[in-house]
Design a binder for this molecule. Sequence first.
Ligand SMILES: NC(=O)c1ccc[n+]([C@@H]2O[C@H](COP(=O)([O-])OP(=O)(O)OC[C@H]3O[C@@H](n4cnc5c(N)ncnc54)[C@H](O)[C@@H]3O)[C@@H](O)[C@H]2O)c1
Length: 349
Amino acid sequence: MRDPAIDICVIGAGGIVNDAHLPAYRIAGFNVKGIVDRDNRRARALAEKFAIPEVYDSLGAMVAGQDGNVIYDCALPASEIVEVLRQLPDEATVLIQKPLGESIEEARIIQETVHSKKMLAGVNFQLRFAPFVLEAKKMIRGGQLGTLTDIEVYVNVHTPWNLWSFLFEKPRMEINYHSVHYIDLIRSFLGNPSRVYARTFKHPDSLQLASVKSTIIMDYDDYIRAAIHTNHHHHFGYHHQGAYIKIEGTKGAIKMSMGVLIDYPNGIPDTFDYITIVPGAAPEWKSKPIEGSWFPHAFIGTMEQMILAKKGIIEQPENSIDDAVDTMRCVEAAYISSGQGGVSLSSIA
Ligand SMILES: NC(=O)c1ccc[n+]([C@@H]2O[C@H](COP(=O)([O-])OP(=O)(O)OC[C@H]3O[C@@H](n4cnc5c(N)ncnc54)[C@H](O)[C@@H]3O)[C@@H](O)[C@H]2O)c1
């Protein structure tokens, strides 16, 4: 969706902006007008790499240089978001990087800040806009899977957490920073679960990280199993590494691999396989080539929603702040469940 009429101003010139935001906007033809970072050298480097016309010395200078036709793209650590929002004009349009704070309380503070300033705000939970996810949704809308019965997210990889040094101080890690994507994804297919069960785990070699593995069940009803299994500490080579989303319905199934998570950040190609039951025929898995991947293409979707909402073409972005708070409520439920634990065996005679 080419739209030079709306400017994007990026706040934060870190890894994710370099790896995903700016490559995605370049592919989509979005108009990035300016960038600012506390570390001006980082902003200048990205401006040069991606031909961004303006590098601002401060957030104030960035705001002063805009008319109303701008979307502020905040790609900052969660701890910085509220203060930055307070410095943006009332009624501004803002896309906020995930996670939405470190807890539901922090998510609510961000949400209240946005509402009190009458902002149009969305959150960058972008996996739901990955090209393979959009294709799966198209097939589901077309009835090819029948009624959904099962969504499984499986991740067994060796993630180089040292790329994000800020994570080492966080009281919550794996679910808030990684599985949050899958929670948001499952919500985008099935809505809010009625309950969440979870257990998040440490690894003896990564004791500085709050947790690096999780199992989460999002409970809908007796007929739908929605489960997330992540292990980021599979340090046994690539042979058995894997990352996929599998969706099953009464009439068909889809299995899509997320190649970006293998050998991160190098990645390997994704795959998209599907099967539909044809009465009288032997079931047969087929493959579909899908153009684009999670990184960077899914980042087009979150910004496109903001552009459409800003133009009044849609009432709210699909990734609106209020929808994102529901994802954070699930995250909170997962940590509470993990803290409470399951049924103690000693309670069973
Ligand atoms: N959506 C995703 O898939 C995804 C992936 C990776 C990271 N992230 C999130 O994106 C955010 C940034 O991650 P990153 O890897 O780019 O981090 P980073 O540390 O590489 O970059 C953050 C940048 O923000 C700048 N900054 C910090 N506070 C600022 C402020 N108040 N004003 C201006 N600049 C400021 C820093 O100088 C730094 O350049 C994090 O919240 C992270 O969780 C999201």
